[in-house]
Write a protein that binds this ligand. Structure first.
Ligand SMILES: [Zn+2]
Length: 108
C-alpha cells in the first residue's frame, strides 16, 4: 500500500472517458515515499503514477483493463464476504447475549 496523500492545496487532473462526453476530475496525490505524483483509479481504487509531465498514459493503459477488472472483482468478493461475516457475528451475539455481557469489563 502506498503512502498517498492528497496535494495541498488540492489539484485535480481532467480525464475524458472514451465516450467523449464524460470528464472525470481526478484528485492528484503525492507518494510520500518517492514524491511521485499519483492518481487513484476510480474503478478499482489503485494508485497510478503520473508521468513527470502529468500525462495520464499509465492510467489510460490501466483503467478498465484486465488488471483493473480483476481488482474490482476481487474487491466485490471481499465486500460480500465481509457482509456475510458481520451478519453471522450479529446472529451469534444475539444468540449468546450472556456471554458477551460477561466479557465486557472483565479485567485481563
Ligand atoms: Zn483500476
Amino acid at each position: 500500500m502506498r503512502n498517498a496523500v492528497p496535494l495541498d492545496p488540492p489539484e485535480t487532473i481532467a480525464y475524458r472517458l472514451q465516450d467523449g462526453a464524460t470528464t472525470l476530475n481526478l484528485p492528484i496525490f503525492r507518494d510520500e515515499d518517492n514524491e511521485h505524483e499519483l492518481i487513484q483509479c476510480d474503478l478499482c481504487g489503485d494508485f497510478i503514477t503520473l508521468t513527470a509531465t502529468r500525462h495520464l498514459s499509465y492510467f489510460t493503459s490501466h483503467r478498465g483493463r484486465e488488471k483493473c477488472n480483476k481488482k474490482v472483482r476481487r474487491r466485490n468478493v471481499a465486500a460480500e464476504r465481509e457482509a456475510e461475516t458481520s451478519a453471522l457475528q450479529s446472529t451469534f451475539s444475539r444468540a449468546v447475549p450472556q456471554l458477551s455481557g460477561q466479557q465486557i469489563g472483565t479485567p485481563l
